[in-house]
Design a protein around this ligand. Structure first.
Ligand SMILES: NC(=O)c1ccc[n+]([C@@H]2O[C@H](COP(=O)([O-])OP(=O)(O)OC[C@H]3O[C@@H](n4cnc5c(N)ncnc54)[C@H](OP(=O)(O)O)[C@@H]3O)[C@@H](O)[C@H]2O)c1
Length: 246
């Protein structure tokens, strides 16, 4: 059974993915900064069939010693097969446009620290010659929009990094995948009008995340139809794009 490390395990998408692993009887280490919530998720995962579900408390934005810290997570689990990097924050774009520390905070959570973890995990995967890294990007990284382009820029950078690592692994054993969800009904989007066919549940996104750890392309859209929506959006001439997004 898979041994899985989840960074940002209190995320709704991460929790839905952890439930899929639990049903398979996986060993799971949940990493995050909220002990009470992590313990509740761990107990639920054990009840759902996880062989083990433990927690490690860490504020993932602190990634200066990511390699050493990740090695501690691996040691706690007794090895790892899959790593999922799920944490992220949308932030307040209108504040961040005028307030450099707020912009930095968005970039630090979604790109700088995430990149440190991704690079550390890639090296660990390369050393062991097998296993997988799945990283949650976003369709927001595929074309800049005024509403969320700081978050989107961080996700774009992260996606490019993961794609490059997938290329590095191409003729080797491990795999690296960036999963790009479309709008998903989670605490991150609490204030949004979440009606319409384009909104997905965390459970639906989780199916793609879980699958990505085993097979498929280095870039995965969740749900799948976002691949085609993004293809169109990316190719819209700026005047048309601006008119649609007035
Ligand atoms: N929901 C969407 O529409 C959507 C769409 C595309 C991509 N995504 C991406 O999917 C991933 C999961 O998001 P979600 O929708 O499941 O959101 P969520 O339920 O709101 O979870 C966000 C997670 O990020 C963690 N986090 C936030 N700020 C952090 C910080 N400064 N340091 C460390 N951890 C931090 C949170 O930890 P705490 O519980 O400790 O706060 C929580 O575990 C994110 O990377 C997000 O960007 C989401």
């Amino acid at each position: 059974m898979a041994r899985v490390i989840i960074l940002g395990a209190t995320s709704a998408i991460a929790e839905a993915t952890a439930r899929l692993y639990a049903q398979e009887g996986a060993d799971i280490l949940l990493v995050g900064r909220r002990a009470e919530r992590l313990n509740a998720i761990a107990a639920d995962l054990r009840a759902r069939g996880a062989a083990r579900a433990g927690i490690a408390l860490w504020d993932l934005e602190q990634a200066k010693d990511a390699a050493q810290k990740f090695a501690e997570f691996v040691a706690a689990l007794g090895g790892f097969d899959h790593a999922l990097l799920a944490y992220g924050t949308l932030g307040d774009q209108s504040d961040a446009e005028r307030n450099p520390p707020a912009a930095e905070a968005i970039l630090n959570v979604n790109f700088n620290s995430a990149a440190d973890w991704v690079l550390a995990i890639a090296n660990a995967l390369e050393r062991q010659g097998r296993g997988s890294l799945v990283v949650l990007g976003s369709v927001a990284g595929d074309r800049g929009r005024r509403a969320n382009c700081i978050y989107g820029a961080a996700k774009a950078g992260l996606a490019t990094l993961v794609e490059g690592i997938a290329h590095r692994f191409a003729s080797k054993g491990p795999r690296a995948v960036v999963v790009k969800p479309g709008p998903t009904i989670t605490p991150m989007t609490d204030g949004f009008n979440r009606k319409g066919l384009l909104w997905a549940t965390p459970e639906r996104v989780a199916l793609a995340v879980r699958r990505a750890a085993d097979r498929g392309a280095p870039v995965v859209y969740a749900p799948w139809f976002w691949r085609f929506i993004v293809l169109i959006i990316r190719h819209l001439p700026a005047p048309v794009f601006n008119w649609i997004n007035k």
